[in-house]
Structure formats: C-alpha cells, structure tokens
Design a protein around this ligand. Structure first.
Ligand SMILES: *[C@@H]1O[C@H](CO)[C@@H](O)[C@H](O)[C@H]1NC(C)=O
Ligand SMILES: *[C@@H]1O[C@H](CO)[C@@H](O)[C@H](O)[C@H]1NC(C)=O
Ligand SMILES: *[C@@H]1O[C@H](CO)[C@@H](O)[C@H](O)[C@H]1NC(C)=O
Length: 491
C-alpha cells in the first residue's frame, strides 16, 4: 500500500483534469489509480465520488475483479471521509497505509451520499433528498455517469456495501439500479448487496433494545418497562404513518435508555458512551429539532472531537478533509466545506428515517440478488436481535429453509478461535461477527489474507476491521469522558 501514500504526494504535482463535459467534472492521479469527480445528479445538486483502483486488480474474464460501492450511514455522514479514511480505504486518517484496506480485494468507490453529505452539496436548500427513494434515484444517476462511459468498469460486478443507515440506501439503490439496467439506461453488473449493522427495520431495532440491555445488565426492570412502552408507541406511530413523530419518539427512547443505563454506548453495550450525564439530561430540555441537529453534527465530528482530546490520534477528519485532501482534489469549489451541509441532511429526511425497507430486501431476494447481512455481536443501535427479528418477517420463499439451517463457525488465520458464525440459503447470507460493535473500521494486523470472495461472502477482512475498531473504540471512549456531545445513532 506504499504506493498510495506516494500517489497522494505525486498527485499534487501530476494532477490531470478529465473534463467529461455535460454534468460531470472529474480529475485523477496520473497513474490512473485514483479518480474522483462531481456529478450534477439534478440541476444544482452535486454529488461527489472517489474511485480507487486496486493495485491487485487481475484481469480474468472468468472471475471479473469486483468494485465495492461504500454507502455510509447517518443519514448525512460522509463515505469519502469516514468510510475511506476511518474504515476501509488505502490510507488512514493520518495518511498512513492501512493494512486491512479492502482495496486489497476490490476497487473501492466512495460517494458522499445523499447530496449534502461530505463534499456533496446543493445550491438551494430545497434540493436535499427527503427519502431513501430520492437518494436512490440520485445514486443511480451517478452510476450512469461513471459506468456508462467505461466498458472496462462494466465488466466488474458492483457490490453495494452499506453501514448503518446506509443499508436503507443500499436496498433502494439496488432496486433502482436493476430497473435502470433492465431499461437499458445503466450499463452495469450488480454483484450483490451487503448490509453491515443496517437500519432496515427501525421498529424491530427499538423493540430489541430493552430486553437486550436488560439481559446484559445495562437496564433494570423499571428501565425495561419504560423503554418497551416507548418502543410500543414507536411501533404504533410507524403503523399509523406518523413517521416524524416516530423519529421524535426514537430520540426520546434513546434519552430514556441513556439515563437508565448510565449512558450505555449505543454502538457497543460493553462500553459507556463517555458522555457527561449532566449534558445528556440537559439535552432532553432542548427542542427536538436542536437535538436532531446536534445528533447529525455528532456524526461528522466524532473522530475530530475525540482525537482533540489527545492520544496518538486518529487524525482530525475535518482538518484533513478540508485541508490537504481538498488541496489534492482540486475540483472542490472554494465555498464548499467538507461536512458543511451535513446537518441539514438528517433533518430533511426526518419523515423517512423510521420507515422500514424490509419489502425492498424481499424484492432483491426474489430477483435473485445476493444479499449478505453482517452484524456485530455487541452493537445496540442495530442489534443482531433486531436484525433477526426483521429477517423473520421476510416473505421470501427461501425463508423457512434459511431459518432451519445450521450455522458454520468462522475462523481467521491459523488459530481456532471462533470469530463468528455464518448461515446461507440460496442468495441470503448472514454473518454473526463476535466481539464486534456497530462499526467496521481501520487497520488490523494483516495476518489473515483470507478471501473476500465474490459475494464478499467472507471476510476475515471484515472481521479484522471489526476487531481493530473495537480496540480503537475502547480508547476513544476513554478519551471522550469529558466531552459534552450527545450520542445518538449510527452512521
Ligand atoms: C476504465 O476503467 C478501467 C478499469 O478501472 C481503467 O483502467 C481505464 O483507465 C478506464 N478508462 C477510462 C477512459 O477512464
Ligand atoms: C451469489 O453468490 C454465489 C457465491 O456465493 C455465486 O455463485 C452466485 O453466482 C451469486 N449470484 C449472483 C446472481 O450473483
Ligand atoms: C502493516 O503491515 C506491515 C507489513 O506486513 C507491518 O510491518 C506493519 O506493522 C503493519 N502495520 C500495522 C499497523 O499493523
């Protein structure tokens, strides 16, 4: 991965603008290993993307090299920033090579989705997307611009890999892309959809929180009772189509759980969120609108504020992206700051945030698309218990056979330590990742050169990144003790 830190430096000198004309502006490194650009997905709505070509790419017609499209959560968090520099890209936030980069096994396409996240921006505030379907339409337009002009890319299967809220974008995009492919508008091979700790059915997640946290001693009976009563109200509100109200109740439920659990970390029930209990109580007082805004700010500033506390530093993402990276990319307009509009993205989607996307998973399964779900054992926000609950609601004809199958243990490297379990039936694959919380992220000693097979169906690489992230999160939780940020949901 040496090559990539070098190319960062080189690209400052060897920048080549590639003007596609029309609605697309792009640039890249001279050696072609990286390319990035904007697509104007709607008039005055600009989406930023960044493609890394793997140095390991092999041209083998019988086993075409995969491309991974990474969709961050939030909504409003930046794939180009967080997914790339904090989780799976070739360089970490200190611009050191990342051993566990998924670039070893695939080309990586990061996008700042939806418009308003990261470097993406709108020229008019009415242009933020209001729901997952609008986001999927924009993403499909982006894929048309990137793939239709390059026959070589069209031969690579595209795997849509999502984290957290990104799962709702992934399944709607999967269907929208298939439709565009069938209509001859998009030239692309869809390889599959992978959902990492994904917010597919909010109702099932909020209903799982109370009993999960009670079982692991983080709530008592009183906390359980109160949590379940709000969760039931959320279920009712979702059924009645009162989705904005459901979003507000969700925020209330998190406050209740924080208060009864002495601030459990919603990404890992073994940890405290590290927030100051006084400030968390204070947040209940402020208006919901402000609480939500605060929440989405948290998404984009998690790492920056954490590392500001000292330590050996994961780098400051804001400084990095708005500094050396913006300089490298050259095409970011002066008045556009990375993360500058991310606060608005969540607010604009408040009416869709709690809407389930189980039907979309069903449709993908019925169309024969490989759907891979992976979940961290100690996550709360998108708890495995909740994921299993929504899977049990699938109408897919293979469901009964899937549920009755046994699981296989997963190992990485030569030790026989159980790292997880997996179960597959036809095109549905589930991975239980032991010891992992909500996020997949960062370097892990590269001991395990395991397969990232065509459906991503494995993944010691995924498991490695989870374990490394666990280590980092523990450290950050310690650093964050004095912080006053309110933690709410996943990215
Ligand atoms: C098309 O994509 C391939 C594979 O990533 C790349 O090698 C090639 O340079 C691209 N061609 C153009 C014209 O961008
Ligand atoms: C789904 O994944 C399996 C490998 O696990 C592969 O053999 C199959 O071709 C994939 N199906 C599709 C439609 O891509
Ligand atoms: C990354 O891999 C290299 C070579 O195997 C090794 O020397 C280095 O210690 C690894 N870095 C980390 C952070 O694990």
């Amino acid at each position: 991965m040496e090559k990539h830190s070098l190319s960062l430096v080189l690209s400052l000198l060897l920048f080549i603008p590639l003007f596609y004309g029309g609605t697309t502006e792009a640039a890249g490194t001279l050696d072609g290993s990286e390319e990035w650009g904007y697509v104007e997905v709607r008039p005055k709505a600009h989406m930023f993307w960044w493609l890394y070509r793997s140095p390991n790419r092999v041209e083998d017609p019988s086993k075409p090299w995969p491309i991974i499209l990474w969709l961050q959560g939030g909504p409003g968090a930046s794939g180009v920033g967080i997914g790339n520099f904090e989780e799976i890209g070739p360089l970490d936030a200190n611009l050191n090579p990342r051993n566990s980069t998924w670039l070893q096994k695939a080309d990586l396409l990061f996008v700042d989705n939806p418009v308003g996240a990261g470097f993406s921006f709108v020229e008019d505030k009415s242009l933020f997307v209001k729901n997952d379907l609008e986001a999927a339409t924009d993403l499909t337009t982006l894929l048309e611009e990137i793939f239709n002009r390059n026959e070589s890319l069209q031969k690579s299967p595209l795997f849509i890999v999502a984290e957290s809220y990104g799962g709702k974008f992934a399944v709607t995009l999967g269907l929208s892309a298939l439709k565009a492919i069938e209509a001859g508008k998009l030239k692309l091979r869809l390889g599959g959809v992978a959902l990492g700790d994904s917010w597919i059915s909010p109702e099932d997640f909020v209903l799982s929180w109370g009993s999960l946290l009670k079982d692991v001693s983080r709530l008592d009976d009183n906390g359980l009772k109160e949590a379940n009563s709000v969760a039931q109200r959320i279920k009712q509100q979702i059924q009645n189509g009162q989705l904005v109200e459901a979003t507000n109740s969700w925020s209330e439920l998190e406050q209740i759980i924080s208060s009864y659990s002495n601030s459990v970390d919603f990404y890992n029930f073994l940890l405290d969120s590290g927030m100051d209990p006084v400030s968390s109580l204070a947040t209940i007082e402020v208006s919901k609108g402000i609480a939500l805004k605060k929440y989405s700010r948290y998404l984009s500033s998690l790492r920056s504020s954490s590392s500001a506390g000292g330590g050996d530093g994961d780098g400051d993402l804001d400084t990095l992206l708005n500094g050396v990276i913006k300089k490298k990319l050259k095409i970011i307009p002066d008045n556009v700051a990375w993360g500058g509009q991310s606060d608005y993205v969540f607010t604009a989607m408040a009416g869709d945030f709690m809407k389930p996307r189980i039907n979309e998973v069903d449709e993908l399964l019925a169309k024969g698309v490989n759907v891979t779900i992976y979940n961290g054992q100690v996550d709360v926000i998108c708890a495995t218990k909740g994921a299993e609950a929504w899977i049990a609601k699938l109408k897919w004809e293979g469901l009964r056979n899937y549920l009755s199958k046994g699981r296989s243990p997963l190992f990485c490297g030569n030790d026989r330590i159980t790292r997880g379990f997996t179960r597959s039936y036809k095109n549905l694959h589930f991975y239980w990742i032991l010891g992992a919380g909500h996020f997949v992220s960062e370097n892990y000693p590269p001991a395990h050169k395991n397969i990232f097979s065509s459906v991503l169906s494995v993944s010691c690489l995924i498991i490695d990144t989870y374990y490394e992230h666990h280590r980092i999160v523990v450290r950050l939780a310690q650093l964050r003790k004095s912080e006053r940020t309110i933690i709410i949901l996943g990215r």
